[in-house]
Design a protein around this ligand. Structure first.
Ligand SMILES: NC(=O)c1ccc[n+]([C@@H]2O[C@H](COP(=O)([O-])OP(=O)(O)OC[C@H]3O[C@@H](n4cnc5c(N)ncnc54)[C@H](O)[C@@H]3O)[C@@H](O)[C@H]2O)c1
Length: 365
């Protein structure tokens, strides 16, 4: 038991609790750092008290791996604390890696600690359901190009935010599910098309601005290489009644627990291939079992459904642990999502001070 690698989860909130549970299930010893941690953790099935400290510096004993799950605005500060303690630390950072304004500090830290190993969570790159969706497309429509990639990830975060969960006032809606949607787009678009999109200026974005939560819902459209249409939609307030920008293609799919709806869709000639990602709503108000995703192929000759059971976060964490504890070189931290969400949020910057709530055309501001 004492030979198991020890991982320290920094920030024991919603993401930290998930990391804790999955890392422990993957066979690691887990401890946590969180100044707010008191008593037994809520929502985690444990048989022994959690081992924890208020700060990174206070954590006693060896730590082989760190998992940074603090609010986004503190990721780089916490990374600096970890590297101060261990310049060769192996670190998983929750997404998004940081704010754009922290990028110079992040790069400086990485340059000054060449022995450190860092992976940013990107779980939808590891979603088997998306690979199977693409397999379905190749099987049924081998001779037709993809003409549209559509992604919609929504939830209603208001109860959580009111209960004290972190609020991303730097990026608004672009700071929560948007990095996941970029990962989905990177998985479903050809690599060149994704690169062209994520490295090009924002062309067309519309959103709803709230005076407290900043942008609460947004829809971005782009035509990427080869004329493929890309559409991304996200809301952190469910389908707000004033939000007429909810894409028509997303409306038929129900909301599941917490107002969640996570969709990825490919248009291929006359066919549509849709992945509804966990939690998937059923018509009677219940949901499919946890980590069960539904793939639907709407073909000219009928409709086919497939269920896939898979945990993208578990896949991503296990892959990250294996890579970090191994010796093979790691790819550089991909900062393109950070710059993309910063550019998207930048289209609404001027409205932050003035908007009580209003509809703005991002392209026009
Ligand atoms: N990959 C995913 O699916 C996923 C899901 C949720 C959140 N996230 C990401 O995880 C991060 C945290 O989000 P959350 O929703 O869990 O937030 P949260 O508010 O639920 O939890 C954050 C926790 O960090 C603690 N904390 C704050 N500053 C700290 C510090 N300096 N040292 C130690 N602990 C500190 C807080 O006390 C709190 O318990 C964000 O970057 C978010 O984008 C990712």
């Amino acid at each position: 038991m004492s030979d198991l690698p020890r991982v320290c989860v920094v920030g024991y909130g919603v993401a930290g609790k998930l990391h804790h549970r999955l890392l422990e299930a993957a066979g690691l010893r887990v401890c946590t750092v969180d100044p707010d941690l008191t008593g037994m953790p809520v929502g985690v099935h444990r048989h022994r008290p959690i081992e924890h400290s208020p700060t990174v510096a206070d954590m006693a004993g060896p730590v082989h791996l760190w998992s940074l799950c603090t609010p986004t605005q503190s990721h780089v500060d916490v990374l600096a604390q970890v590297l101060n303690r261990d310049p060769r630390a192996r670190v998983i950072m929750e997404k998004p890696a940081c704010r754009a304004q922290d990028v110079p500090r992040l790069l400086d830290l990485l340059e000054r600690h060449p022995g450190a190993r860092v992976v940013v969570m990107n779980q939808y790159r590891h979603a088997h359901a998306l690979r199977l969706l693409d397999d379905l497309r190749r099987h049924h429509m081998p001779d037709h190009p993809v003409t549209a990639v559509r992604v919609a990830f929504s939830k209603d975060r208001r109860p959580d935010m009111e209960a004290g969960r972190f609020v991303d006032r730097d990026h608004g809606v672009f700071g929560y599910e948007w990095p996941h949607m970029l990962a989905v787009a990177s998985r479903l678009l050809p690599p060149d098309a994704y690169r062209a999109y994520v490295e090009s200026p924002v062309e067309d974005v519309r959103g709803i601005v709230d005076e407290d939560y900043f942008v609460t819902a947004a829809r971005e459209r782009a035509v990427v290489a080869d004329g493929v249409e890309l559409e991304l939609y996200s809301s952190v307030v469910g389908d707000a009644p004033e939000d007429t920008d909810v894409p028509d293609w997303a409306r038929p799919f129900g909301h599941s627990t917490g107002g969640r709806r996570r969709l990825a869709q490919l248009q291929v000639g006359p066919a549509l291939f849709t992945a509804e990602m966990d939690p998937v709503a059923l018509p009677d108000g219940s949901r499919l079992p946890g980590n069960t995703h539904r793939l639907t192929a709407q073909l000219p000759n009928g409709c086919q459904e497939t269920l896939v059971n898979d945990s993208p976060m578990d896949n991503a964490l296990r892959t990250a642990v294996a890579r970090l504890l191994g010796d093979l070189p790691l790819p550089p931290v991909d900062l393109r999502p950070v710059h993309r969400i910063n550019a998207l949020a930048g289209h609404f910057g001027h409205a932050r001070a003035t908007a009580a709530a209003g509809r703005l055309s991002g392209g026009a501001v």
